[in-house]
Design a protein. Structure first.
Length: 399
Protein backbone atom coordinates (compact mmCIF):
# COMPACT_ATOMS: atom_id res chain seq x y z
CA UNK A 1 0.00 0.00 0.00
CA UNK A 2 1.51 3.37 -0.93
CA UNK A 3 -1.13 5.88 0.08
CA UNK A 4 -4.52 5.69 1.73
CA UNK A 5 -6.77 8.65 1.02
CA UNK A 6 -9.85 9.17 3.21
CA UNK A 7 -12.56 11.53 1.96
CA UNK A 8 -14.47 13.04 4.89
CA UNK A 9 -13.07 14.07 8.28
CA UNK A 10 -16.08 12.98 10.34
CA UNK A 11 -16.60 10.15 12.79
CA UNK A 12 -16.00 7.37 10.27
CA UNK A 13 -13.10 8.91 8.35
CA UNK A 14 -11.07 9.88 11.41
CA UNK A 15 -11.68 6.52 13.06
CA UNK A 16 -10.41 4.75 9.94
CA UNK A 17 -7.25 6.89 9.90
CA UNK A 18 -6.71 6.42 13.64
CA UNK A 19 -7.13 2.65 13.41
CA UNK A 20 -4.79 2.43 10.42
CA UNK A 21 -2.01 4.17 12.37
CA UNK A 22 -2.76 2.20 15.55
CA UNK A 23 -2.68 -1.00 13.49
CA UNK A 24 0.83 -0.26 12.25
CA UNK A 25 0.19 1.30 8.84
CA UNK A 26 3.26 3.41 8.14
CA UNK A 27 2.52 4.63 4.60
CA UNK A 28 1.13 7.95 3.51
CA UNK A 29 -2.25 8.73 5.04
CA UNK A 30 -4.28 11.67 3.75
CA UNK A 31 -7.62 12.82 5.19
CA UNK A 32 -9.56 15.42 3.20
CA UNK A 33 -12.42 17.22 4.96
CA UNK A 34 -14.34 20.10 3.43
CA UNK A 35 -15.61 21.69 6.65
CA UNK A 36 -13.58 24.71 7.79
CA UNK A 37 -13.72 23.79 11.51
CA UNK A 38 -11.36 21.23 13.02
CA UNK A 39 -13.19 17.86 13.14
CA UNK A 40 -15.80 17.79 15.95
CA UNK A 41 -18.43 15.50 17.43
CA UNK A 42 -21.94 15.88 15.99
CA UNK A 43 -24.17 14.39 18.74
CA UNK A 44 -23.85 17.33 21.19
CA UNK A 45 -24.97 19.77 18.46
CA UNK A 46 -28.65 18.90 18.99
CA UNK A 47 -28.27 18.56 22.76
CA UNK A 48 -25.84 20.32 25.16
CA UNK A 49 -24.40 22.66 22.55
CA UNK A 50 -27.81 24.33 22.11
CA UNK A 51 -28.29 24.79 25.83
CA UNK A 52 -25.25 26.85 26.78
CA UNK A 53 -22.29 28.74 25.41
CA UNK A 54 -20.12 25.63 25.21
CA UNK A 55 -17.42 24.86 22.66
CA UNK A 56 -17.74 22.00 20.21
CA UNK A 57 -16.09 18.76 21.31
CA UNK A 58 -13.12 17.83 19.11
CA UNK A 59 -13.10 14.38 17.52
CA UNK A 60 -9.35 13.90 18.04
CA UNK A 61 -6.54 15.66 19.89
CA UNK A 62 -3.57 17.43 18.24
CA UNK A 63 -1.33 14.30 18.36
CA UNK A 64 -3.60 12.53 15.88
CA UNK A 65 -3.08 15.24 13.25
CA UNK A 66 0.71 15.01 13.58
CA UNK A 67 0.54 11.46 12.21
CA UNK A 68 -1.44 12.19 9.06
CA UNK A 69 -1.69 14.67 6.21
CA UNK A 70 -4.86 16.59 6.92
CA UNK A 71 -6.38 18.67 4.13
CA UNK A 72 -8.98 20.70 6.07
CA UNK A 73 -11.38 23.03 4.29
CA UNK A 74 -10.73 21.20 1.01
CA UNK A 75 -13.32 19.32 -1.01
CA UNK A 76 -12.73 16.32 -3.23
CA UNK A 77 -14.37 17.16 -6.55
CA UNK A 78 -13.81 13.92 -8.42
CA UNK A 79 -12.34 10.45 -8.24
CA UNK A 80 -10.35 9.20 -11.23
CA UNK A 81 -10.43 5.45 -10.75
CA UNK A 82 -8.31 4.67 -13.80
CA UNK A 83 -5.40 6.79 -12.55
CA UNK A 84 -6.24 6.19 -8.89
CA UNK A 85 -6.29 9.87 -8.08
CA UNK A 86 -8.61 12.29 -6.37
CA UNK A 87 -8.98 15.87 -7.52
CA UNK A 88 -9.40 18.61 -4.90
CA UNK A 89 -11.09 21.99 -5.28
CA UNK A 90 -7.74 23.73 -4.64
CA UNK A 91 -6.33 22.08 -7.77
CA UNK A 92 -4.33 19.35 -6.02
CA UNK A 93 -4.41 15.80 -7.34
CA UNK A 94 -3.57 13.08 -4.84
CA UNK A 95 -2.80 9.50 -5.83
CA UNK A 96 -4.10 6.58 -3.80
CA UNK A 97 -3.62 2.88 -3.56
CA UNK A 98 -6.77 2.67 -1.41
CA UNK A 99 -9.57 5.23 -1.22
CA UNK A 100 -12.05 5.36 1.67
CA UNK A 101 -15.24 7.32 1.07
CA UNK A 102 -16.54 8.59 4.44
CA UNK A 103 -18.60 11.46 3.09
CA UNK A 104 -21.57 11.26 5.46
CA UNK A 105 -24.93 12.76 4.59
CA UNK A 106 -26.68 16.09 4.04
CA UNK A 107 -30.04 17.25 5.33
CA UNK A 108 -33.13 16.97 3.23
CA UNK A 109 -34.94 20.25 3.00
CA UNK A 110 -38.37 21.76 2.30
CA UNK A 111 -39.59 24.34 -0.22
CA UNK A 112 -39.20 27.79 1.35
CA UNK A 113 -36.18 26.75 3.42
CA UNK A 114 -34.17 29.63 1.94
CA UNK A 115 -36.09 32.08 4.19
CA UNK A 116 -34.03 33.52 7.05
CA UNK A 117 -34.87 31.76 10.32
CA UNK A 118 -35.24 28.33 8.70
CA UNK A 119 -32.47 25.93 9.68
CA UNK A 120 -31.23 22.40 9.26
CA UNK A 121 -28.97 20.81 11.88
CA UNK A 122 -26.08 18.74 10.61
CA UNK A 123 -22.89 20.77 10.91
CA UNK A 124 -21.26 22.96 13.52
CA UNK A 125 -22.01 25.94 11.27
CA UNK A 126 -25.73 24.98 11.36
CA UNK A 127 -25.66 24.65 15.16
CA UNK A 128 -23.87 27.98 15.64
CA UNK A 129 -26.43 29.78 13.48
CA UNK A 130 -29.33 28.09 15.24
CA UNK A 131 -27.99 28.78 18.74
CA UNK A 132 -27.49 32.44 17.90
CA UNK A 133 -31.08 32.77 16.70
CA UNK A 134 -32.56 30.96 19.70
CA UNK A 135 -31.24 33.73 21.94
CA UNK A 136 -33.83 36.18 20.55
CA UNK A 137 -36.61 33.77 19.57
CA UNK A 138 -39.85 33.14 21.42
CA UNK A 139 -41.50 30.46 19.30
CA UNK A 140 -39.98 27.64 17.28
CA UNK A 141 -41.61 25.13 14.98
CA UNK A 142 -39.96 21.81 14.22
CA UNK A 143 -40.77 19.94 11.01
CA UNK A 144 -40.36 16.22 11.72
CA UNK A 145 -40.42 14.20 14.96
CA UNK A 146 -37.26 12.22 14.20
CA UNK A 147 -34.26 12.03 16.54
CA UNK A 148 -32.84 15.45 15.60
CA UNK A 149 -36.25 17.15 15.70
CA UNK A 150 -37.13 15.74 19.12
CA UNK A 151 -33.71 16.41 20.63
CA UNK A 152 -33.86 19.97 19.36
CA UNK A 153 -37.44 20.36 20.65
CA UNK A 154 -36.37 19.25 24.14
CA UNK A 155 -33.43 21.69 24.14
CA UNK A 156 -35.52 24.61 22.87
CA UNK A 157 -38.23 23.87 25.44
CA UNK A 158 -35.63 23.76 28.22
CA UNK A 159 -34.56 27.23 27.07
CA UNK A 160 -38.14 28.37 27.74
CA UNK A 161 -39.29 28.73 24.13
CA UNK A 162 -42.75 27.83 22.84
CA UNK A 163 -42.17 24.69 20.77
CA UNK A 164 -44.47 23.05 18.23
CA UNK A 165 -43.48 19.83 16.45
CA UNK A 166 -45.24 18.72 13.26
CA UNK A 167 -45.02 15.07 12.26
CA UNK A 168 -46.79 13.65 9.22
CA UNK A 169 -46.85 10.10 10.65
CA UNK A 170 -49.26 9.09 13.41
CA UNK A 171 -46.49 8.58 15.94
CA UNK A 172 -42.99 9.99 16.54
CA UNK A 173 -39.96 7.95 15.42
CA UNK A 174 -42.32 5.51 13.72
CA UNK A 175 -39.59 3.81 11.68
CA UNK A 176 -37.09 3.55 14.54
CA UNK A 177 -38.96 2.46 17.68
CA UNK A 178 -41.94 0.41 18.88
CA UNK A 179 -45.41 1.97 19.26
CA UNK A 180 -45.10 1.77 23.07
CA UNK A 181 -41.84 3.76 22.93
CA UNK A 182 -43.37 6.29 20.51
CA UNK A 183 -46.28 6.81 22.91
CA UNK A 184 -43.94 7.22 25.87
CA UNK A 185 -41.84 9.80 24.00
CA UNK A 186 -44.92 11.69 22.80
CA UNK A 187 -46.15 11.85 26.42
CA UNK A 188 -42.74 12.95 27.73
CA UNK A 189 -42.47 15.82 25.23
CA UNK A 190 -46.07 16.89 25.80
CA UNK A 191 -45.62 16.95 29.57
CA UNK A 192 -42.54 19.13 29.05
CA UNK A 193 -44.84 21.58 27.28
CA UNK A 194 -44.13 20.75 23.62
CA UNK A 195 -47.13 20.95 21.29
CA UNK A 196 -46.78 17.75 19.30
CA UNK A 197 -49.05 17.62 16.27
CA UNK A 198 -49.11 14.07 14.90
CA UNK A 199 -50.58 13.24 11.50
CA UNK A 200 -49.76 16.77 10.37
CA UNK A 201 -47.09 17.52 7.79
CA UNK A 202 -45.82 20.87 6.56
CA UNK A 203 -47.74 22.35 3.68
CA UNK A 204 -45.78 25.65 3.41
CA UNK A 205 -43.25 27.91 5.07
CA UNK A 206 -44.56 31.47 5.05
CA UNK A 207 -42.42 34.57 5.31
CA UNK A 208 -42.31 38.30 4.89
CA UNK A 209 -39.32 40.49 4.11
CA UNK A 210 -37.29 37.35 3.41
CA UNK A 211 -37.78 35.98 6.94
CA UNK A 212 -39.95 33.08 8.06
CA UNK A 213 -43.07 34.07 10.02
CA UNK A 214 -45.15 30.89 10.17
CA UNK A 215 -45.45 27.26 9.19
CA UNK A 216 -48.69 26.14 7.55
CA UNK A 217 -49.60 22.58 8.47
CA UNK A 218 -51.40 20.11 6.21
CA UNK A 219 -54.56 20.65 8.33
CA UNK A 220 -54.47 24.34 7.34
CA UNK A 221 -53.29 25.42 10.83
CA UNK A 222 -51.01 28.46 10.75
CA UNK A 223 -48.29 28.16 13.39
CA UNK A 224 -46.31 31.34 14.05
CA UNK A 225 -42.55 30.79 14.19
CA UNK A 226 -39.51 32.96 14.86
CA UNK A 227 -37.30 29.98 14.05
CA UNK A 228 -38.03 26.78 12.12
CA UNK A 229 -35.97 23.61 12.35
CA UNK A 230 -36.34 21.26 9.39
CA UNK A 231 -35.64 17.75 10.65
CA UNK A 232 -36.99 15.62 7.83
CA UNK A 233 -34.06 13.25 7.39
CA UNK A 234 -30.88 13.11 5.36
CA UNK A 235 -29.60 12.07 1.98
CA UNK A 236 -26.30 10.13 1.80
CA UNK A 237 -23.46 11.92 -0.01
CA UNK A 238 -22.97 9.55 -2.88
CA UNK A 239 -22.17 12.02 -5.67
CA UNK A 240 -18.45 11.20 -5.91
CA UNK A 241 -19.11 7.46 -6.13
CA UNK A 242 -21.89 7.93 -8.64
CA UNK A 243 -19.80 10.16 -10.92
CA UNK A 244 -16.99 7.58 -10.69
CA UNK A 245 -19.35 4.88 -11.99
CA UNK A 246 -19.75 2.97 -8.72
CA UNK A 247 -23.08 1.43 -7.67
CA UNK A 248 -25.28 3.66 -5.54
CA UNK A 249 -28.62 2.75 -3.96
CA UNK A 250 -29.48 5.25 -1.20
CA UNK A 251 -25.83 4.87 -0.19
CA UNK A 252 -22.60 3.75 -1.81
CA UNK A 253 -23.05 0.00 -2.25
CA UNK A 254 -20.34 -2.07 -0.55
CA UNK A 255 -19.83 -5.73 0.29
CA UNK A 256 -19.29 -7.30 3.73
CA UNK A 257 -15.69 -6.04 3.64
CA UNK A 258 -17.01 -2.49 3.07
CA UNK A 259 -15.50 -2.56 -0.42
CA UNK A 260 -17.17 -1.30 -3.60
CA UNK A 261 -16.97 -3.24 -6.86
CA UNK A 262 -13.62 -1.46 -7.35
CA UNK A 263 -11.22 -3.29 -4.99
CA UNK A 264 -9.33 -0.04 -4.30
CA UNK A 265 -12.42 1.92 -3.16
CA UNK A 266 -14.27 1.49 0.15
CA UNK A 267 -17.20 3.32 1.75
CA UNK A 268 -18.06 3.60 5.47
CA UNK A 269 -20.42 5.39 7.84
CA UNK A 270 -23.58 7.33 6.97
CA UNK A 271 -22.80 7.25 3.22
CA UNK A 272 -22.50 3.44 2.88
CA UNK A 273 -25.09 0.74 2.18
CA UNK A 274 -23.69 -2.56 3.42
CA UNK A 275 -24.97 -6.13 3.88
CA UNK A 276 -26.11 -5.89 7.52
CA UNK A 277 -25.60 -9.20 9.30
CA UNK A 278 -28.11 -8.31 12.05
CA UNK A 279 -30.83 -6.98 9.73
CA UNK A 280 -30.32 -9.82 7.23
CA UNK A 281 -30.61 -7.27 4.41
CA UNK A 282 -28.53 -4.38 3.04
CA UNK A 283 -28.79 -1.35 5.30
CA UNK A 284 -27.52 2.19 5.63
CA UNK A 285 -27.25 3.32 9.24
CA UNK A 286 -26.77 6.76 10.73
CA UNK A 287 -25.07 6.42 14.10
CA UNK A 288 -21.77 7.02 15.84
CA UNK A 289 -21.45 3.28 16.52
CA UNK A 290 -21.84 2.39 12.86
CA UNK A 291 -19.41 5.08 11.70
CA UNK A 292 -16.77 4.23 14.30
CA UNK A 293 -17.03 0.44 13.97
CA UNK A 294 -16.90 0.63 10.17
CA UNK A 295 -13.88 2.96 10.44
CA UNK A 296 -12.09 0.40 12.60
CA UNK A 297 -13.18 -2.41 10.31
CA UNK A 298 -12.02 -0.89 7.06
CA UNK A 299 -8.62 -0.34 8.66
CA UNK A 300 -8.42 -4.05 9.48
CA UNK A 301 -9.34 -4.96 5.92
CA UNK A 302 -6.70 -2.58 4.53
CA UNK A 303 -4.10 -3.95 6.93
CA UNK A 304 -4.64 -7.40 5.48
CA UNK A 305 -6.97 -9.12 7.95
CA UNK A 306 -10.25 -9.07 6.04
CA UNK A 307 -13.22 -10.43 7.97
CA UNK A 308 -16.89 -9.81 7.19
CA UNK A 309 -18.32 -6.79 9.04
CA UNK A 310 -20.74 -8.06 11.69
CA UNK A 311 -20.87 -5.47 14.49
CA UNK A 312 -24.13 -5.11 16.39
CA UNK A 313 -25.85 -1.78 15.65
CA UNK A 314 -26.63 0.39 18.68
CA UNK A 315 -27.69 3.97 19.16
CA UNK A 316 -28.51 6.59 21.79
CA UNK A 317 -30.63 9.74 21.87
CA UNK A 318 -30.98 12.22 24.75
CA UNK A 319 -34.26 14.12 24.75
CA UNK A 320 -34.40 16.27 27.89
CA UNK A 321 -34.44 13.87 30.86
CA UNK A 322 -35.11 10.86 28.59
CA UNK A 323 -32.00 8.77 27.92
CA UNK A 324 -33.04 6.45 25.10
CA UNK A 325 -30.66 3.65 24.07
CA UNK A 326 -31.36 1.10 21.35
CA UNK A 327 -29.48 -2.16 20.78
CA UNK A 328 -30.09 -4.14 17.58
CA UNK A 329 -32.43 -3.36 14.71
CA UNK A 330 -36.18 -3.91 14.72
CA UNK A 331 -38.78 -3.75 11.96
CA UNK A 332 -42.32 -2.41 12.23
CA UNK A 333 -43.87 -5.90 12.38
CA UNK A 334 -41.69 -7.10 15.28
CA UNK A 335 -43.58 -7.70 18.53
CA UNK A 336 -42.90 -5.67 21.67
CA UNK A 337 -42.74 -6.80 25.28
CA UNK A 338 -42.22 -4.29 28.10
CA UNK A 339 -39.82 -4.99 30.97
CA UNK A 340 -40.23 -2.53 33.85
CA UNK A 341 -42.77 0.23 34.39
CA UNK A 342 -43.38 2.67 31.54
CA UNK A 343 -45.03 5.16 33.89
CA UNK A 344 -41.87 5.34 36.02
CA UNK A 345 -39.82 6.48 33.02
CA UNK A 346 -37.36 3.58 33.50
CA UNK A 347 -38.11 0.57 31.32
CA UNK A 348 -37.03 -1.49 28.31
CA UNK A 349 -39.00 -2.71 25.31
CA UNK A 350 -37.88 -6.09 23.97
CA UNK A 351 -38.57 -6.63 20.28
CA UNK A 352 -39.03 -10.16 18.97
CA UNK A 353 -39.23 -11.56 15.44
CA UNK A 354 -40.57 -15.12 15.27
CA UNK A 355 -39.65 -15.74 18.93
CA UNK A 356 -36.12 -14.36 18.43
CA UNK A 357 -34.90 -11.25 20.25
CA UNK A 358 -33.82 -8.67 17.60
CA UNK A 359 -33.66 -5.36 19.48
CA UNK A 360 -34.04 -3.73 22.88
CA UNK A 361 -35.11 -0.11 23.41
CA UNK A 362 -34.25 1.18 26.89
CA UNK A 363 -35.20 4.40 28.68
CA UNK A 364 -33.05 5.45 31.62
CA UNK A 365 -31.90 1.83 32.09
CA UNK A 366 -28.25 1.79 30.95
CA UNK A 367 -27.57 -1.61 32.55
CA UNK A 368 -30.37 -3.14 30.44
CA UNK A 369 -28.86 -1.59 27.33
CA UNK A 370 -25.40 -3.02 27.99
CA UNK A 371 -26.86 -6.44 28.81
CA UNK A 372 -28.93 -6.28 25.59
CA UNK A 373 -25.86 -5.49 23.52
CA UNK A 374 -24.01 -8.48 24.90
CA UNK A 375 -27.02 -10.75 24.51
CA UNK A 376 -27.78 -9.69 20.93
CA UNK A 377 -24.14 -9.87 19.87
CA UNK A 378 -24.11 -13.45 21.17
CA UNK A 379 -27.20 -14.39 19.11
CA UNK A 380 -30.08 -13.18 21.31
CA UNK A 381 -30.95 -16.45 23.11
CA UNK A 382 -33.97 -15.09 24.98
CA UNK A 383 -37.53 -16.21 24.30
CA UNK A 384 -40.68 -14.12 24.78
CA UNK A 385 -41.73 -16.67 27.44
CA UNK A 386 -38.51 -16.07 29.44
CA UNK A 387 -38.99 -12.33 29.17
CA UNK A 388 -42.65 -12.48 30.24
CA UNK A 389 -41.81 -14.13 33.60
CA UNK A 390 -42.84 -11.76 36.45
CA UNK A 391 -39.35 -11.72 38.01
CA UNK A 392 -37.55 -11.23 34.66
CA UNK A 393 -34.58 -8.86 34.61
CA UNK A 394 -32.55 -8.41 31.44
CA UNK A 395 -29.43 -7.64 33.43
CA UNK A 396 -29.75 -10.76 35.58
CA UNK A 397 -30.72 -13.00 32.65
CA UNK A 398 -27.65 -11.97 30.69
CA UNK A 399 -25.18 -12.09 33.61
P1 LIG B 1 -20.14 12.77 8.91
O1 LIG B 1 -19.96 12.91 10.37
O2 LIG B 1 -21.27 13.50 8.27
O3 LIG B 1 -18.79 13.17 8.21
C1 LIG B 1 -18.65 13.26 6.81
C2 LIG B 1 -17.75 14.41 6.50
O4 LIG B 1 -17.36 14.31 5.14
C3 LIG B 1 -18.42 15.77 6.64
O5 LIG B 1 -17.63 16.62 7.44
C4 LIG B 1 -18.51 16.30 5.20
O6 LIG B 1 -18.42 17.69 5.12
C5 LIG B 1 -17.31 15.62 4.58
N1 LIG B 1 -17.37 15.50 3.11
C6 LIG B 1 -18.41 15.05 2.35
N2 LIG B 1 -18.09 15.07 1.04
C7 LIG B 1 -16.82 15.55 0.96
C8 LIG B 1 -15.93 15.81 -0.12
N3 LIG B 1 -16.30 15.57 -1.39
N4 LIG B 1 -14.71 16.31 0.15
C9 LIG B 1 -14.32 16.54 1.43
N5 LIG B 1 -15.11 16.32 2.50
C10 LIG B 1 -16.35 15.81 2.27
N6 LIG B 1 -25.62 9.35 16.40
C11 LIG B 1 -25.73 8.63 17.55
O7 LIG B 1 -25.37 7.45 17.55
N7 LIG B 1 -26.23 9.22 18.68
C12 LIG B 1 -26.60 10.53 18.72
O8 LIG B 1 -27.05 11.02 19.77
C13 LIG B 1 -26.47 11.30 17.54
N8 LIG B 1 -26.81 12.61 17.54
C14 LIG B 1 -26.63 13.34 16.39
C15 LIG B 1 -26.94 14.71 16.40
C16 LIG B 1 -26.77 15.47 15.25
C17 LIG B 1 -27.08 16.93 15.28
C18 LIG B 1 -26.32 14.85 14.05
C19 LIG B 1 -26.16 15.66 12.79
C20 LIG B 1 -26.03 13.50 14.03
C21 LIG B 1 -26.17 12.73 15.20
N9 LIG B 1 -25.87 11.38 15.22
C22 LIG B 1 -25.98 10.65 16.38
C23 LIG B 1 -25.42 10.70 13.99
C24 LIG B 1 -23.91 10.64 13.91
O9 LIG B 1 -23.34 11.87 14.28
C25 LIG B 1 -23.53 10.28 12.47
O10 LIG B 1 -24.10 9.02 12.18
C26 LIG B 1 -22.02 10.23 12.28
O11 LIG B 1 -21.46 11.50 12.52
C27 LIG B 1 -21.70 9.78 10.86
O12 LIG B 1 -20.33 9.88 10.65
P2 LIG B 1 -19.74 9.93 9.17
O13 LIG B 1 -18.26 10.08 9.34
O14 LIG B 1 -20.28 8.79 8.39
O15 LIG B 1 -20.35 11.23 8.51
Amino acid sequence: MTAVVVVGAGQAGLQAADALRAGGYGGELVVVGEEPDPPYQRPPLSKDYLMAETDPLPLRGPAFFEGITYAGGARVLAVDRRRREVELDDGRRIGYSALVLATGAVNRTLPGADLAGVHGLRTLADARALRAELADARSVVVAGAGFIGLEFAAAARARGLAVTVLEAAERPLARAVSPVMSDFLAGAHRSAGVELRLGEGVSALEGSGGRVRAVVGTSGAVLPADVVLVGVGVRPRTELAEAAGLAVDDGVVVDEYLRTADPAVYAIGDCARFPCHHAGVPARLESVQNAADQGRHVAKVLLGTPEPYRELPWFWSHQGPVRLQIAGLAQAADTALVSGDVASGRFSVLRFREERLVAVESVNRPADHLAARRLLAAGGALSPADAAAPSFSLKEFEA
